[in-house]
Ligand binder design. Structure first.
Ligand SMILES: Cc1cc2nc3c(=O)[nH]c(=O)nc-3n(C[C@H](O)[C@H](O)[C@H](O)COP(=O)(O)OP(=O)(O)OC[C@H]3O[C@@H](n4cnc5c(N)ncnc54)[C@H](O)[C@@H]3O)c2cc1C
Length: 298
């Protein structure tokens, strides 16, 4: 049998529940044959390629609160599951308080794709290469999920189990992601290495966030997340102690970058070898930390 490189989208039934309870109930009672979707930019591609064969696609875009993007100066930012990435990029509140989130969204493919693609879809797809995952992790995102037993909250840091695998259970619908207020004076950067400037997944993605913290010996705190170099997007926890317990110098920044390279466990694939990826983690982490350090006025 020859390979069909442009297979057609297989047939499916479109389901539009009226409430979250209805969505959870339908998804739970058709667990093996139904999946939720938002922008569809992962789901439809994977269906066309034959990786996914759902009988029912459940549109969760118009359910309660999924279209809201709200900033509360006391509690932080909530981005509804159905809010597309272009809305995040152009939101004045996101740009003022979480510019790193806008930067990460802007790195995803093209304007046209970002008109459909969502942050929550990027998260639920659970590709270790997802471009927005690092920013969501360093800002301590938490997912609001509606399941058959009602709503609950889960920290994003505990959500990923492996490529395409998450803690979601049958009937679960992620309704939004919430970010607490960002640390005062924080600065961040997302560096993405792809095969081309447009529309490619990352070979390596490094997200760095730093902020003044007078309770630490160095006077600062850093968070670093790496993408595409382990089965799940990783927060490199060692970086935090490396850059908080001692004075920050060009040497300690380089040491932290080496730690990031040692922590990751990349694989060889069409986009790059494991060895190349490790070296790129070292280089991009060093660059990202230096950029943040400079943005902090140092
Ligand atoms: C041409 C092209 C270029 C791309 N480039 C990039 C890129 O540069 N960087 C990048 O990171 N990604 C890229 N992607 C992948 C994709 O666009 C992103 O992962 C996007 O964020 C997915 O969002 P979505 O809303 O379209 O998700 P969908 O396709 O709707 O859903 C994604 C997954 O999440 C599940 N899901 C959806 N909604 C929910 C919910 N509410 N609750 C629970 N589960 C849910 C679905 O069942 C599915 O498994 C690209 C895709 C294409 C087609």
């Amino acid at each position: 049998m020859g390979i069909n490189s442009h297979p057609a989208l297989p047939e499916f039934e479109y389901v539009q529940p009226a409430t979250l309870a209805e969505a959870s109930e339908f998804l739970a009672s058709h667990a093996a044959e139904a999946r939720p979707f938002l922008g569809g930019t992962d789901v439809f591609v994977r269906m066309r390629d034959g990786f996914l064969t759902p009988k029912f696609l459940v549109d969760v875009k118009n359910l309660n609160g999924t279209n809201d993007l709200r900033f509360d100066p006391q509690t932080g930012l909530t981005i509804g599951a159905a809010v597309n990435m272009n809305r995040v990029v152009s939101s004045p509140e996101v740009r003022a308080h979480y510019p790193l989130l806008a930067e990460a969204c802007q790195s995803v493919a093209s304007y046209q794709l970002r008109n459909r693609a969502t942050i929550v879809g990027n998260i639920c797809n659970a590709s270790p290469a997802g471009d927005t995952l690092g920013a969501c992790l360093v800002f301590n995102g938490a997912l609001h999920i509606h399941g058959i037993n009602g709503p609950r909250e889960e920290p994003l840091a505990e959500f990923f189990l492996g490529p395409g695998k998450t803690t979601l259970k049958p009937g679960d619908v992620v309704t939004s992601i919430h970010f607490p207020l960002p640390p005062k004076g924080c600065q961040g950067v997302y560096l993405k290495l792809g095969r081309n400037k447009l529309s490619d997944l990352s070979i390596v993605g490094v997200t760095a966030l730093g902020y003044p913290d007078s309770s630490r010996p160095s006077g600062f705190c850093f968070r670093l997340a790496v993408a595409s170099v382990a089965p799940i997007p990783l927060i490199v926890t060692g970086v935090e102690s490396c850059l908080t317990d001692r004075s920050i110098t060009p040497e300690t920044l380089r040491e932290a970058a080496s730690l990031a390279a040692e922590t990751c466990s990349p694989i060889d694939d069409v986009r790059g070898s494991a060895r190349y990826r490790k070296e790129m983690v070292r280089n991009l982490s060093a660059k990202a930390l230096a950029v943040v350090w400079e943005k902090l006025g140092k």
